[in-house]
Every structure is written in structure tokens, then in C-alpha cells.
Design a protein around this ligand. Sequence first.
Ligand code: HEM
Length: 195
Amino acid sequence: MLKYPPQMRGTTEEARMNHIPTSTRYASLSISLHWLMLLLIAAVYACIELKGNFPKGSDTRELLKQWHFMLGLTVFALAWLRLLVRIVKPAPAIEPAPPTWQNLLAKLMHLALYALMIGTPLAGWLILSAVGKPIPFFGLELPALIAPDKQLAGQIKELHELAGTAGYWLIGLHALAALYHHHVARDNTLTRMLP
Ligand code: HEM
């Protein structure tokens, strides 16, 4: 039998009364990774957007591309670590608890953000593999994932660009939702993730 009214279920109050250890904040590693990855993703976007200001073949344009690749691959590696921490240490409950439809929407959004952080760099890695170019990673060269195939490279590039555009929207909506929770709903959604 359920001991608590629906609005209290899953809250830290319910857990406290059941003597379950609770936290009102994300794990500190999750918080560090969240803000570090925000900076990294902003830099990945900045490198590729700024590259257009420099002539083809120029050193600066090439350097910006190399940094786009290397920082993007860093996002790829850290996303797996972040996913692991998230599985081991579940997210703390939001107080007061939002309606079920909002929780569902948030879950879908977070899933889409993880797909973006893993799928987009993976597609980038596949593009470089398919055009037969080296895959740089801070002085190392990563292996190609597939054999050279110009046509396939073009198709994956289109997907990568689409994912990049979707990323702007997803990240923007994610930030707006956090501000809505903080200033309108006035719950602890944002403070759980603040450093
Ligand atoms: C979070 C990770 C990443 C994001 C959000 C991202 C996003 C983008 C965006 C927005 C573009 C420009 C698309 C356009 O011109 O319309 C782009 C281009 C590109 N990206 Fe990424 N990217 C990421 C990671 C990577 C990685 C890891 C690699 C390769 C190792 C890579 C390889 C490329 C390539 C080859 C291009 C085309 C560059 C050109 O036009 O010469 N990306 N990416």
C-alpha cells in the first residue's frame, strides 16, 4: 500500500521518512562534468563556426578544424563517463515535485542530449575515417572506424550537420527549461546542478 500522497512520492521528504539516504544535489562529479562539457561543447561549436572567417587552406582554418575534432572527441569520451556516473548515482528528486508529464519530457530531453553528445562526435569520427583523413587527438592519431568511402562520407556529413543544428535547439531548450523551473515553478531543479 502507498503511504504517501502522489505529490510527495519520490521526494526527499518521503525518502527521509523511510530512512533512505537522500541528497538534494547531483553527485559532485556529475556537476563538474556538466559545466565542463558545456564549455567544451561551446568551444566545439565556436571552432567550426569561426573557421568560415578564414580562407581555405590557411593555417588558422586548419587549426580551428583540428581543435573542433579534438574537443569533439573529448566530449565523446566524457559523455560515457557522465552516463556511468548518472547510472551509479541517480538524479536527486525535484522539490516540489513537478507534474508527471514534465518529468517524462525531461527524461526524453536528457536522452536526446546524451544521444547528441555521443552520436554527433561519433559521426564526426566516421566522416574523417570515410574520407581517409587522420583523426587527431592531442598528439595521438586515433584509428579509422570504417574504410574510405567518399559517398558514405558525404551522407554521414549531412547527418553530422543536422545533429549539430539540432544540438543548438536542444541545448537552448534545456537552458530555458532550467530557467523556467528556477524563476517560474520555483523548484530546486537548477540548484541541484549548481557548483
Ligand atoms: C559535440 C561534438 C560535436 C558537435 C556539436 C559538432 C558540430 C558540428 C557543426 C555544427 C558543424 C558545421 C556544420 C555546418 O557547416 O553546417 C560540424 C562540422 C564538422 N565536424 Fe563536427 N561536431 C562535433 C564533433 C566532431 C568530431 C569529434 C569530429 C571528428 C573527429 C567532427 C568532424 C566534423 C567535420 C569533418 C565537419 C565538416 C568540416 C568542414 O566543413 O570542413 N565533429 N560539426
